[in-house]
Design a protein around this ligand. Sequence first.
Ligand SMILES: Cc1cc2nc3c(=O)[nH]c(=O)nc-3n(C[C@H](O)[C@H](O)[C@H](O)COP(=O)(O)OP(=O)(O)OC[C@H]3O[C@@H](n4cnc5c(N)ncnc54)[C@H](O)[C@@H]3O)c2cc1C
Length: 267
Amino acid sequence: MSTEVREIELVWHDLVPRLLTVVRNERITPKMARITLTGDDLDVFAYAAPEDHVKVFFPEPGAELPAMPTIGPEGFEPPGPDGPQPIFRDYTVRYVRRDAKEIDIDFALHGHGPGATWASTARPGQRIGVLGPRGSYLNPLDFDWYLVAGDETALPALGAWLEQLPAGKPVIAYAEVADPAEEQDLVRSADTTLTWLHRSAGQSLGAALAEFRAPAGAGYIWVAGEATALKPIRRHLRSLGLPRDHVEVDGYWKRGIVNLDHHDADD
Ligand SMILES: Cc1cc2nc3c(=O)[nH]c(=O)nc-3n(C[C@H](O)[C@H](O)[C@H](O)COP(=O)(O)OP(=O)(O)OC[C@H]3O[C@@H](n4cnc5c(N)ncnc54)[C@H](O)[C@@H]3O)c2cc1C
C-alpha cells in the first residue's frame, strides 16, 4: 500500500444566498424526493466536486418565504436571539444544469424535522433559500483505488462520486438503505463494485466495512452517514495505514439530534 500523501485542494466560492423556486418534486424511491429548483442566477452556480453541498433554508410552517441568512465578513452569520430565526439544514447538490438554470437536491424522507417534512409535500412554485456551496474539495482523480460508502443522506454525493471517478480505477462502493425499494439506479463504470446493504435484512455499513482490507497502491476513502454508526467505521478505516487526509469519514446526521450543524468528522 502506498503512503505517499497527495494534496486535496480546497477551492473557496463566493457565498451566494439565493431564493429558489420548486419546479418538480419527484419520488425517485418511496423515501427519497428529488426536488428540482430554479432561479435567475443559477447559470453561474458554483459546483466542482461530489461532496459540494448547500445550506437549505425552509419557511416556518404556514409561511410563504423562508427567513434568509445574513452574510457578514466571515460568511454566514448564525442568527442572534432577536429577529427572524432561519431554519436551515445541509444538503448535497445532486445535479446542476446551468443552461436550464436548475439544480436538483435529493431529500431523504425520514419522517421528522423541517427538511424531511418540507420535502415530502413541496409543490411547484414554492420557495426555499439556498446558500452555497461555500467550497469544493478537489480530490485527485488518479488514486489507484477508491472506497466510497454511505447511507441515504450520502447517496447524492456517492452517486456523483460514481459518475465523476475516471473509468479504469477500481471503485468499491457500499450503500446502506432501508430495503430493496430504496436502491437507486446509479451510473457506474465497469470497474465499480457497488453493494447495496438493506437494514431490513440486518445488513449495515458497519458490518460490511469492518471486513474491508486496503488493496495495493494508493487509495482514497470517502464515507458519510449517521455519526454514531460511523465511529467504529472511522477507527477501522484509519487503522489501515493510509495517510489521514485520504480517509474522509463524515457524520451527516446524528440519531436523536436535531440539525447536526457541522460535519461530525472527529473521533
Ligand atoms: C455535508 C452534508 C450533506 C448532506 N446531504 C444530504 C442530502 O443530500 N440529502 C439528505 O437527505 N440529507 C443530507 N444530509 C443530512 C441532513 O442534513 C440531515 O439528515 C438533517 O438532519 C435533515 O434535517 P431534517 O430537518 O430532516 O431533520 P432534523 O430536524 O435535523 O432532525 C429531526 C430528527 O430526525 C432525525 N434524522 C435526521 N436525519 C435523519 C435521517 N436521514 N434518517 C433518520 N432520522 C434522521 C434526527 O436525528 C432527529 O431526531 C447532509 C448533511 C451534511 C452535513
